[in-house]
Write a protein that binds this ligand. Structure first.
Ligand SMILES: Cc1cc2nc3c(=O)[nH]c(=O)nc-3n(C[C@H](O)[C@H](O)[C@H](O)COP(=O)(O)OP(=O)(O)OC[C@H]3O[C@@H](n4cnc5c(N)ncnc54)[C@H](O)[C@@H]3O)c2cc1C
Length: 461
């Protein structure tokens, strides 16, 4: 056997927030750690476009008020967290509504023939309807035990749950499935159990007491993982896509695509499951964990970052931001600085089925479709938009999607999916229990670090 390239106490696979935080915690506790990262950069799903004005985010955007671990990490690693809530207060950039190719002013929406909502809900905009339904009918408020058997009856499609509360297919199609946040293609493929938990978590962040807090890291959110990576004492090897993890009685061997081998007493894997499916694990994990690795969903989002060559919104008198049921999905305007300067870029968020449709075309053709759609909706934008960046999170070979989606019947996998498998341990957003997003990555790092420290000081000494 060739000599391994690195030998350590622990190998951490992935240099996103969860992998880096785990590696730093284990180092603080005296262990020698090697981090193997597939990409040529650190940060994973935190990815800032440093070369574009305003450093728009391709990945994680906002730190909310109850992200205690993320807020503590910003202080620990010396990366300033800036509250940009004043920017939103000053420039609400309310999203204009375009349905069926038609601009519908908010005041006309309640009586508009395209409005599928009924009675008092007619006044809700499509992007408000899903949240209003959840606020009204959320079956439980539980962050810690949402996957427990007591709630199992809600492990059904969101579609069925909403129908049971009287919603029509037309309401669900426009109010939930269009530019959907949770689901891969439709309200049929996401569990109500996960949505109830996420909605409760988000409502605490959105509606908690105290002044509004919308945090971003100064200079771009990716500056946090970059600062964390600089603190590592052991090896951080980029361009090492892991292809196989071999577990034996006295240690692990991890193989990377460049042919290198790495040895340690234990390995922590932060790789999202749509990607982990392509990594050989020998011996295979137990059946439930294997089922989770093979089937856990992830939300597709494809983004287009556009530079406006002129402020076309001044010509048509509308907000630069808009929400549509067409290919251009949901368009947000980015304004520079905490106080909100002029619009620097527009981010087009294409979700779920729309993202999958656009992903069938290459970058340039997909961008042409999206820009043509914007120009059709808003003729003042003709010739005013230039593509600066594109990213398909589902096609991203190191992510396979934006965040984990538990399908109906899958929530029972939430616990077994994160359980240690011999010397193989799991972290990452998808393995967290009571948080989501960046905070979930830190929560999972906290748990897995304790698991590894315990195992290495006792049974795997
Ligand atoms: C578009 C978008 C918007 C978001 N918005 C928000 C938000 O507003 N607020 C919020 O809190 N969160 C948000 N999130 C979620 C947040 O970014 C993630 O939850 C968090 O960054 C995940 O961290 P992680 O360490 O679990 O995973 P990752 O960051 O994905 O880290 C996994 C690492 O493993 C590496 N890797 C993968 N495969 C291999 C392999 N085979 N070998 C070696 N390395 C490999 C990857 O390159 C990556 O670096 C958003 C995410 C996206 C994509």
């Amino acid at each position: 056997m060739p000599t391994p390239e690195t030998v350590a106490d622990v190998i951490v696979i992935g240099a996103g927030l969860s992998g880096l935080e785990t590696a730093l915690t284990l180092e603080e506790n005296g262990l020698k750690v090697t981090v193997l990262e597939g990409r040529h950069r650190v940060g994973g799903r935190l990815y800032s476009l440093f070369d574009l004005p305003g450093q728009p985010e391709v990945g994680g955007n906002i730190v909310s008020r109850s992200f205690g671990r993320v807020i503590a990490a910003s202080a620990r690693y010396g990366v300033e967290l800036v509250n940009v809530a004043p920017r939103y207060a000053r420039f609400p950039d309310r999203q204009e509504l375009f349905i069926g190719g038609e601009h519908i002013p908010a005041a006309r929406w309640p009586d508009h023939p395209r409005n599928p909502f009924r009675s008092a809900d007619k006044k809700l905009l499509p992007m408000e309807w899903g949240r209003a339904m959840l606020r009204r009918h959320r079956p439980f408020n539980d962050l810690e035990n949402w996957h427990d058997a007591a709630h199992a009856k809600f492990d059904v499609p969101v579609h069925d749950f909403l129908r049971s509360k009287g919603a029509t297919d037309g309401e669900i199609a426009l109010g939930y499935e269009t530019n959907m946040s949770y689901g891969t293609e439709s309200a049929h493929d996401v569990s109500m159990l996960q949505l109830a938990f996420v909605d409760y978590w988000q409502s605490i962040n959105r509606e908690g007491s105290g002044p509004r807090f919308t945090g971003v890291f100064r200079g771009g959110n990716q500056t946090l993982p970059i600062a964390m990576a600089k603190r590592l004492r052991g090896d951080l090897l980029e361009d090492r896509r892991v292809t196989a993890i071999e577990l034996v009685d006295d240690g692990v061997t991890v193989h990377a695509v460049d042919g290198s081998r790495h040895r340690a007493r234990a390995v922590v894997c932060s790789v999202p499951f749509p990607v982990l499916r392509h990594v050989r694990i020998d011996p295979l994990p137990p059946a439930a964990q294997q089922r989770a690795i093979l089937t856990l969903g992830a939300k597709p989002i494809t983004q287009f970052h556009l530079i406006p060559k002129r402020p076309f919104w001044e010509a048509d008198g509308l907000s630069p931001a808009f929400w549509s049921d067409g290919p251009s999905g949901s368009v947000l305007a980015n304004r520079d600085g905490p106080e909100g300067g002029p619009v620097t870029t527009l981010t087009v968020w294409c979700s779920a089925l729309n993202a999958r449709f656009l992903d069938r075309f290459g970058r340039d053709e997909a961008a042409r479709i999206v820009i043509a759609d914007i120009e059709r909706l808003r003729p003042a934008a003709r010739g005013a938009l230039e593509l600066a960046a594109w990213h398909s999170w589902e096609r991203d070979p190191y992510a396979g999607g934006t965040w984990a989606i538990f399908g109906p019947g899958q929530v029972e996998l939430a616990r077994p999916l994160a359980a240690p498998h011999g010397r193989l341990f799991f972290c990452g957003e998808h393995t967290a229990i009571s948080a989501r997003g960046m905070e979930a990555a830190f929560e999972s790092a906290e748990r897995v670090s304790l698991e590894v420290l315990d195992a290495l000081s006792t049974k795997m000494r």
